[in-house]
Design a protein around this ligand. Structure first.
Ligand SMILES: Cc1ncc(COP(=O)(O)O)c(C=O)c1O
Length: 460
């Protein structure tokens, strides 16, 4: 149903949008969200002849892949109600009943994640966002090289001056993380990496997904590798899944060369059909640090969790954060994760993922080969890679798809990669909420197809 906003409502939307810092540096999207229910969002057109008209979209983005329960989930109201009335507040200096319940239920004996991260081997911290969680992980890696009491290098660690990251990786915006991105656009103008002893560190990038490249790299420089930082499925690079055995092989190489393995599961958390994507047929792939974010806040909080081996820590008081596992946050995580288990949402997303993959291949890649090069993914984490020609007109394509009723967003794609790996073009991210039904997935794909058809017609 199309309605028209009043002139006043449109004017407020436009003025508010103008005050919001535009960090994209380009013309803003001409849409605003008015509200939502489940996987449906109500959008308003903000510009041109259509300004003020409203329309409905199915959300393929899940709010940057965070709103895992969609909008206005009835259980979330109950969760927030308990979190607000029941748990009080506490700093991280004090114990908290709610925090203890959460951590015990996840990591304590028999806990939900105790097989992967037993609480006697791992400890846990909380941060406000994925980037902040990754910053803490990086700080733990750096601090593992020096003695926090004497503030001198740990004997034997002086040689470890390389952090390995992957081409096309995305780990966040903050300054400490930017060196992990092999993208000039984000790095230029920010402080250069420090090199040289005793604490200099450099980041080297290798292409993702080729076990031989990893084996050669470690054969050559394994003794210098302090840590490897990896996304279990590369997100911004275009939803690139590693070949079977790759992540376990990486963990083995890290283990045998004394390097730390940091898994960035900010995006993959609860999206691959399991809580953790660092998993294969043999079970969990061991890591030294795992960072989870986005969906862990159940779409109502921005939060992240850093799960690290107990030997990895930060200097005294060095990482105090007012956001470290507040009781309210813990209540949302605790009840939200329980909801995922009770409602079998991960199992559902695994099945949905197979259906979605088929639909994307048959109704989009096969029917629009001039626009879409490949569909790949698992669970509620899929990517539809554009062809070079479509990538050149991405904004136009995106608006046609949105106006056809599917809200989609794009990831940069890994671009040029070394050692003969092919170029990866921008990729449409299809990461709908976990609660998406099979019918909704089908409607979503049909709406993307309709937008693609209109784009094709308009371009003819
Ligand atoms: C893999 C990965 N790591 C870290 C981040 C940063 O998370 P946040 O935006 O919550 O800071 C993102 C965000 O997209 C991500 O995809």
């Amino acid at each position: 149903m199309t309605e028209r906003l009043s002139a006043d409502a449109l004017s407020i939307l436009l003025q508010g949008r103008d005050i919001h810092l535009n960090h994209y540096g380009t013309h803003r999207q001409p849409f605003a969200v008015l509200g939502g229910q489940g996987v449906h969002q109500r959008l308003a057109e903000l510009e041109g002849e259509r300004a003020g008209t409203t329309f409905d979209v199915i959300d393929a983005s899940g709010g940057y892949a965070s709103a895992c329960l969609g909008a206005n989930h009835p259980a979330v109201r109950g969760i927030l109600d308990r979190a607000l009335t029941d748990v009080g507040y506490a700093t991280d200096e004090l114990g908290s009943l709610e925090r203890s319940h959460l951590l015990y239920e996840l990591f304590g004996p028999g806990g939900l994640w105790a097989d992967t991260f037993p609480g006697d081997a791992y400890h846990v911290s909380g941060r406000n966002s994925g980037s902040e969680g990754m910053e803490l992980a990086l700080r733990m890696v750096l601090e593992s090289r020096f003695d926090q009491r004497t503030l001198r290098p740990v004997p034997g660690k002086e040689e470890r001056d390389i952090i390995v990251a992957f081409e096309g990786a995305w780990h966040g915006w903050t300054s400490g993380l930017v060196p992990l991105l092999n993208r000039r656009h984000y790095r230029v103008g920010l402080p250069a990496q420090e090199t040289g002893k005793p604490y200099g560190v450099t980041v080297e990038h290798v292409p993702f997904g080729d076990p031989q490249v990893l084996a050669d790299y470690f054969g050559d420089r394994g003794h210098r590798v302090l840590a490897v930082v990896v996304e279990a499925i590369q997100g911004d690079a275009g939803i690139l899944l590693p070949p079977p055995g790759y992540l376990r092989g990486l963990a083995r190489l890290c283990g045998s060369h004394g390097a730390l393995l940091v898994a960035d599961e900010v995006l993959t958390f609860a999206k691959s059909g399991a809580f953790f994507a660092m998993t294969d047929d043999d079970g969990p792939v061991p890591t030294d640090i795992t960072v989870i974010g986005k969906s862990v806040g159940m779409g109502v909080l921005s939060t992240s969790m850093v799960i690290a081996r107990r030997s990895l820590t930060v200097r005294s008081s060095g990482a105090v954060a007012t956001s470290d596992l507040r009781p309210l946050t813990c209540a949302v995580l605790r009840d939200g994760i329980q909801l995922m288990v009770n409602d079998k949402l991960l199992e559902h997303s695994a099945t949905l993922g197979e259906q979605l993959g088929e639909l994307l291949r048959h109704r989009l890649v096969d029917r629009f080969p001039e626009l879409y090069r490949e569909a790949r993914g698992v669970g509620v984490m899929h990517g539809l890679e554009l062809t070079e020609a479509a990538a050149a007109r991405l904004d136009d394509l995106r608006r046609h798809v949105i106006r056809s009723g599917a809200y989609v967003e794009f990831m940069a794609g890994a671009g040029r990669r070394s050692r003969g790996q092919r170029y990866v073009f921008p990729t449409m991210r299809i990461a709908p909420p976990l609660v998406t039904t099979g019918d909704e997935a089908e409607q979503l794909v049909d709406r993307i197809a309709e937008g693609s058809r209109r784009f094709r017609e308009a371009s003819a």
